[in-house]
Design a protein around this ligand. Structure first.
Ligand code: OOG
Ligand code: NI
Length: 479
């Protein structure tokens, strides 16, 4: 394990562990815990590993591109998870916990429009370097009790939630140490990961009676999932595949049944944004408190599996086109809960997305996607005769600059709603009239969420600056 020394006044020889290292420890620990809790997740990891290896073996250019971008190593450790929180205080503290792991809130997702009473953000690394080391992200939702019409039930749920503490006392203590000292040493990092893991652990005993659970469940299954337990159990961990269609086909052969359609854009030569598919939640045995103080057995479904394939990040213009095309398909073809019309949906998706350019050059020239630029060998060798003041487009045209797609690191609200829905059951299609409330979310969070488009634009801009600086330097060296 590499350590990155950070000089800290007052603590002469302290060696702070880099946040990227703590995040790697954590994502690894989470993966192991989830593998033990949900064996099917292990099966899925095996399948994804096989498919990725086969994809790379069949596509040397893809392998080379990933290698050039230093992205090959992150592939094997890459995954995201999801949790659902009950109160603004929990959201506030989870932000502090994730900050230790170098994960910061990016994006605001309003899922109430899709009948899911939550709003969400993604905690993830932001810097290019941090993403390359370990891009672990957690899609984090906050329950919106204000959307529950039944006043009495809302009050009861709020009461139950206010009584729970989802973090261990030691975890919170360590967060304070971290905030005061600006980092952890090795022993603290390891203890912190152990303590924080407790928050995401599955509990097979509920904190409520079966009657209460049923009441919450009757209002919305998601409310029962958030309110009835001691903490926000991790509900899925998602590995990244290079060929989601191959994994989708391979799943049933290993006894895993995926949902009917893959969320997101269709299969393309140049992947954009994010494609995802999930398999159904497990039905698990839960012990509930009985009125007489004893225990009674019930069932709950919350945990599922998911895979994802990531493509290039789109600009606002590209995203607008994506949203328009996707909306037109969803308007015209409704996939039933049991998978009816899945075929029509897929063929329409492919058909209508023909309007979306499918070459890296076209995506770049039309300003639809973000790219990372680097000088070519030829550019570095010949640039002296040319004026560096040429535009980026000219330098690309002359073969002096190379461009690689910037990977989309975030989520998609329509897809997320589809993932939620497939695991909540098709009977939960109610819509909430209340609009999104980003201000309230950020107030609970105690911070603003970053705008993901700004981050991609900056990564692109930084790469241009860096590439031009390298070209200038090369030009200066040649007599
Ligand atoms: C989160 C569902 C959304 C994704 O990948 O879009 C999600 C949840 O069910 O809690 O994980
Ligand atoms: Ni997910």
């Amino acid at each position: 394990m590499t350590m990155h020394a950070q000089v800290k006044p007052g603590r002469i020889s302290s060696m702070k562990v880099h946040a990227d290292e703590i995040r790697s420890l954590f994502s690894n620990a989470m993966s192991q815990m989830y593998r033990a809790e949900v064996p099917r997740y292990g099966t899925l990891i095996e399948l994804v590993t096989e498919v990725n290896a086969a994809t790379l073996a069949n596509a040397p250019e893809l392998e080379q591109a990933l290698r050039r971008k230093d992205e090959l190593d992150r592939l094997g450790v890459e995954r995201h998870g999801a949790i659902r929180l009950g109160t603004p205080e929990e959201l506030f503290n989870i932000r502090r916990v994730f900050a230790v792991l170098g994960m910061h809130p990016v994006g605001y997702y309003d899922l109430s429009v899709a009948g899911v009473p939550v709003h969400s953000t993604a905690f993830r690394p932001i810097a290019d370097e941090a993403l390359r080391r370990n891009p672990f992200r957690v899609f984090t939702s906050l329950l919106r009790l204000e959307l529950i019409e039944d006043q009495a039930l809302r009050k009861m749920a709020a009461g139950i939630l206010s009584d729970r503490q989802i973090f261990t006392a030691r975890a919170l203590e360590l967060v304070e140490v971290f905030e005061a000292e600006g980092g952890f040493e090795q022993a603290d990092s390891e203890e912190f990961v152990r303590e924080v893991l407790e928050t995401f652990r599955w509990h097979s005993d509920a904190t409520v009676t079966l009657a209460t659970y049923n009441k919450l469940h009757g209002t919305h299954r998601l409310i029962a999932d958030v309110v009835s337990f001691r903490g926000p159990h991790i509900n899925h961990l998602t590995p990244r595949t290079l060929d989601i269609n191959a994994v989708q086909v391979g799943m049933p052969k290993r006894g895993i049944m995926p949902k009917a359609v893959i969320e997101g854009p269709p299969r393309r030569k140049c992947p954009i944004l994010l494609r995802q598919t999930s398999f159904k939640a497990l039905e698990e045995r839960i012990e509930f408190e009985a009125a007489d103080g004893g225990l009674v057995e019930g069932r709950h479904t919350a945990r599922f599996g998911e895979i994802e394939q990531r493509g290039v990040a789109l600009t606002a213009k590209g995203r607008k086109l994506y949203d328009k095309l996707l909306a037109s398909v969803r308007r015209d073809v409704r996939v039933g809960a049991s998978g009816s019309h899945a075929g029509a949906y897929e063929s329409q998706l492919t058909e209508r997305f023909k309007e979306f350019p499918d070459s890296w050059s076209a995506l770049r020239e039309q300003g639809l996607a973000y790219f990372r630029y680097s000088p070519t060998r030829e550019g570095l060798a010949n640039v002296a005769q040319e004026r560096i003041s040429a535009s980026v487009d000219e330098l690309v045209a002359r073969g002096y600059l190379h461009f690689d797609p910037i990977i989309y690191e975030d989520f998609l609200p329509v897809s997320a709603a589809g993932i939620f829905q497939s695991n909540l059951g098709a009977d939960e299609q109610q819509n909430y009239s209340e609009r999104s409330n980003r201000e309230a979310f950020e107030q609970g969070l105690g911070a603003k969420v970053a705008n993901e488009l700004d981050l991609y634009a900056k990564a692109q801009q930084d790469s241009i600056k860096d590439a031009l600086a390298q070209l200038s330097k090369a030009a200066g060296k040649i007599p």
